[in-house]
Write a protein that binds this ligand. Structure first.
Ligand SMILES: Nc1nc2c(ncn2[C@@H]2O[C@H](COP(=O)(O)OP(=O)(O)OP(=O)(O)O)[C@@H](O)[C@H]2O)c(=O)[nH]1
Length: 304
């Protein structure tokens, strides 16, 4: 409350001074009415309106930051308040018929206030449009940001799901096959354990680069989770997808990654799986792909 009064002291002092000046002017030229002469219905209507204008002004000053728009709106409300205030005063003070200008004091502030209020609302609307634009830009940026992996330059799981959905539609429209390949590093947690999480991050980044280099222009690589990468292969049948998967597996096995700390060569291997899309949902397709990876890992465990 204290800070509110401090912040808007000029407006409040100005308004109080003008309202008080109105009383002084009316008292100087008129006489106070007797109790019986006062029309309480008018007092309630006009006085109540003036109080409402004051309430709007307080709410406005409370909720809006200082600035041109707030000034316009506040000035408009001040004029409206003054018009109703002067109207209320003549319920208590009888003015002589000869004082024609008193009528102006009551009526003139109202159109001025309404004009100021209209200008303020117009600029407020434009200000709100600019804010909405900024908000929607930020929201889009945030949404897109969430779709991308934080560690690698790849899309993340949700982005992959969206792209799979699009690719499924395109494949069915163009009557072309669509395949997915998953590449999952073997025993990756051991690298984290032995060399630390930061080294593990570097391995994931190096793997992402390596896989990108070994894919075709039209393929899309995403990081599904942890050490699992998925490539979306448009216009690719099952046997070609298997061949690409094998090439990716070989590429991982020949990756010459050395640890940062001691320069040791890390021997990486990966399990791969492929699926060709049927008429199915992205979830079902990815589920089949993950099952394929699980089967490849089981085979690996049996061989070990
Ligand atoms: N450094 C690093 N590690 C991660 C990241 N995301 C997940 N991991 C780790 O990756 C490991 C994945 O573990 P698993 O899914 O068991 O995979 P794995 O150790 O390769 O085992 P298999 O897949 O069965 O061969 C876990 O230890 C996670 O903590 C990451 O962004 N950076």
């Amino acid at each position: 409350m204290k800070s509110f009064l401090k912040l808007h002291s000029l407006t409040l002092i100005g308004l109080t001074a003008v309202a008080n000046l109105g009383i002084q002017i009316y008292l100087a030229v008129g006489d106070i009415k007797t109790w019986a002469e006062i029309d309480w219905m008018d007092v309630a209507g006009e006085g109540g309106s003036a109080m409402l204008a004051l309430l709007w002004l307080t709410m406005l000053l409370h909720s809006r930051p200082a600035g041109r728009v707030t000034r316009l709106l506040a000035l408009g409300l001040c004029c409206i308040f003054l018009s109703w205030w002067m109207d209320t005063l003549d319920e208590f003070i009888r003015l002589p018929e000869s004082v024609a200008w008193a009528n102006w004091l009551e009526t003139a502030p109202m159109p001025i206030g309404l004009l100021l209020l209209t200008a303020g609302i117009f600029h407020w609307h434009r200000e709100q449009q600019a804010i909405n634009l900024q908000m929607s830009k930020r929201e889009r940026l945030f949404r897109e940001h969430r779709l991308f992996d934080k560690l690698t330059p790849l899309g993340a799981a949700e982005y992959l799901r969206q792209q799979v959905q699009l690719a499924l539609q395109q494949a069915s429209q163009r009557q072309q096959p669509l395949s997915l390949v998953a590449v999952d590093l073997d025993d990756f947690s051991a690298i984290n354990h032995r060399f630390g999480h930061a080294e593990g991050d570097e391995v994931l980044q190096a793997t992402a680069q390596l896989l990108l280099l070994n894919l075709r222009q039209q393929d899309l690589l995403c990081r599904l989770a942890g050490d699992r990468f998925v490539a979306l292969l448009p216009a690719t049948g099952e046997s070609q997808a298997r061949q690409i998967a094998e090439e990716l597996k070989q590429a991982v096995a020949s990756l010459a990654h050395r640890s940062r700390q001691h320069g040791e060569r890390l021997q990486l291997t990966a399990s791969v799986a492929t699926v060709m899309a049927f008429d199915e949902t992205p979830e079902r397709l990815l589920e089949r792909l993950n099952l394929g990876v699980a089967r490849a890992k089981q085979g690996l465990a049996r061989c070990a």
